[in-house]
Design a protein around this ligand. Sequence first.
Ligand code: FE
Ligand code: FE
Ligand code: ZN
Length: 300
Amino acid sequence: MIIGSHVSFGSEQLLGSVKEALSYQASTFMFYTGAPQNTMRKKIDRHLTEEAKKIMKENGIDIKNVICHAPYIINLANKKDLEKWQFSINFLKQELERCDELGISYLVLHPGSAVGYPINEALQNIVDALNIVLETDFSCLILLETMAGKGTECGKNLDEIAYLIQNTHKSIGVCLDTCHLNDAGYEMKEFSEFLDLFDQKIGIEKIKCVHVNDSKNLLASHKDRHANIGYGTIGFENLLNICYNEKLKDVPKILETPYVGDSWESKEKKYPPYRFEIAMLREKKFNENLLQSIQEYYNK
Ligand code: FE
Ligand code: FE
Ligand code: ZN
């Protein structure tokens, strides 16, 4: 199983990401090229990239499985403020350029929020933007993420994702997010039925990444709050089934579960859970003392 988590990019850029991923015993990872909430980006440092690639090779991480995530503030759906829409388009182009520079194959993108637009117009705005971005050829492929449908989020069902893919002139892929799918109303305990439906509407070969997250909320809640693996409403067995689905066996699985604190309820979240969640999924064994395992490890 190709599995990792989101990690930071930081001052050592890709090299820092690789080191963090290795500290979780991950076989891949996902990073943002800067803070996910803003668009301040540093120039890619070629030496750090080379060093990162060397360490990846030594540790059996195939760069083809490494994922980049575009910042949340890119919104291709809303063009009421044309300048902002144009900014999103330009930023997305630069992000794809950075991915090509780094040698990264996939960039995950939230399709966008409709804000005041009716859904069909919002979807068309996204298509128009993607077609402008993809006038340039990039090696890196955009993956549209399936969304929970919080607020006016687009991409909350397979028909919306299908529309975007079928109307964009160049090839794009999809990133499934199990928490978002649950919150959007797709039953994750019937994952193979979901995949059949996906295959009919979009084509299973479009799936290039899976975000494996449990959910704090019920089916169709449209909330989007991630829970730790096995500690949410989807549950360990269902997430395990998804991770080991034969049809997605070569697709990288990425955890975006919350950091934990001194208790499940504590406001201060300081310890990453990934090392232990990856171990649970690899060993196919639920750790009912997850919180204690993480605290002990990081307090040593
Ligand atoms: Fe995302
Ligand atoms: Fe996600
Ligand atoms: Zn989410």
